[in-house]
Design a binder for this molecule. Structure first.
Ligand SMILES: [Zn+2]
Length: 319
């Protein structure tokens, strides 16, 4: 399925898509082939090489190009928004899922609420049921399976085949995790509030509780998100991080002394994963800024609430 020209496409794409202010060549040398550009059925998506090497897993980070949505969500909008038609989003999703070979999987997704809460997705009838993985709960709680009552959480985990874990983003950080030993997976939505609440750390803990996943066996892919070049936040955000996460000053940059802080979501989540025991050699970051590159990605910060949403998905193939 991989194109014989992939490496050439890959380096060209990475050079083109390097964040503003970085020299493409230097960037390419620093990040050789952690992520690949994949193409199929007229669409393009990003794939993390380390997860792609697991023959039992399927995954992808959608890009904007292709798709049938009109402005302001022009392109492959995969989130239901007021500014786009339901028909266009459903057609886009079907096209994306077919291109990835996951159109027969049952879709598991969430009401994303910027929390650290996790849900286990399990097949039920023709769809998916969700079991709360809240560490504080005395016992797992089975949540309603109706689509209109999707659980409020920001992490999905499963070890069942043909369940497609999906996270929608337009600047927030999507994280896909695979356990090469237990054949279990997770998908995480990390904006600044979820990151502050420890969503990545909680996701690794949830995998441990649900599947006995051991962090040294995990591979994590941090997809495209807004980066410190574009993500200005208030000083109270920096202070909240400082109080919660010792050492978090390295997640913030300033354009000049006394300027407002700029947050690097990927750095903050990478630190949480590393602290949870995932080896740094198994954590891969897609070095793209969604706000710098609205030709490739949807960006809430750059384009406003009416823009579209990317989708990051991971599932387990049937035996
Ligand atoms: Zn940027």
């Amino acid at each position: 399925m991989r194109s014989p020209h992939l490496n050439r496409l890959d380096s060209k794409f990475q050079t083109l898509a390097a964040p503003r202010g970085r020299k493409g060549v230097v960037y390419w040398l620093l990040l050789p082939h952690a992520f690949h550009l994949q193409r199929g059925d007229g669409l393009e998506w990003l794939e993390c090489g380390a997860i792609a090497r697991l023959e039992w897993a399927r995954h992808g980070f959608s890009l904007r190009r292709g798709g049938s949505s009109a402005a302001p969500a022009q392109g492959l909008n995969l989130g239901f928004t007021l500014a786009d038609s339901r028909e266009a989003v459903e057609a886009n999703r079907l096209r994306f899922f077919r291109a990835l070979g996951v159109d027969r999987f049952a879709l598991a997704d969430l009401q994303q609420v910027h929390s650290a809460r996790a849900c286990r997705a399990t097949r039920a009838g023709g769809g998916v049921a969700y079991i709360s993985m809240d560490a504080a709960a005395p016992a797992p709680t089975r949540l309603p399976a109706q689509a209109s009552l999707k659980p409020e959480a920001d992490t999905l985990v499963t070890d069942e085949a043909e369940v497609l874990l999906a996270i929608r983003t337009a600047d927030c950080l999507p994280i896909l995790v695979a356990d090469s030993d237990r054949r279990a997976i997770a998908a995480v939505h990390a904006g600044w509030r979820g990151t502050l609440a420890g969503v990545a750390e909680a996701a690794i803990a949830a995998m441990g509780r649900a599947f006995r996943s051991s962090p040294p066996n995990l591979v994590a892919a941090l997809g495209p998100s807004i980066r410190s070049c574009c993500y200005e936040v208030g000083p109270e955000v920096e202070e909240a991080f400082r109080n919660r996460w010792p050492g978090s000053e390295t997640f913030f940059q300033r354009r000049y002394p006394n300027a407002r802080p700029m947050l690097d979501l990927a750095a903050a989540n990478l630190a949480q994963l590393h602290r949870s025991g995932v080896p740094s050699s198994q954590i891969h970051v897609a070095e793209f800024c969604t706000a710098c590159r609205t030709d490739l990605f949807f960006s809430h910060r750059k384009e406003g609430a009416r823009t579209g949403r990317m989708m990051s998905v991971i599932g387990i193939k049937p035996l």
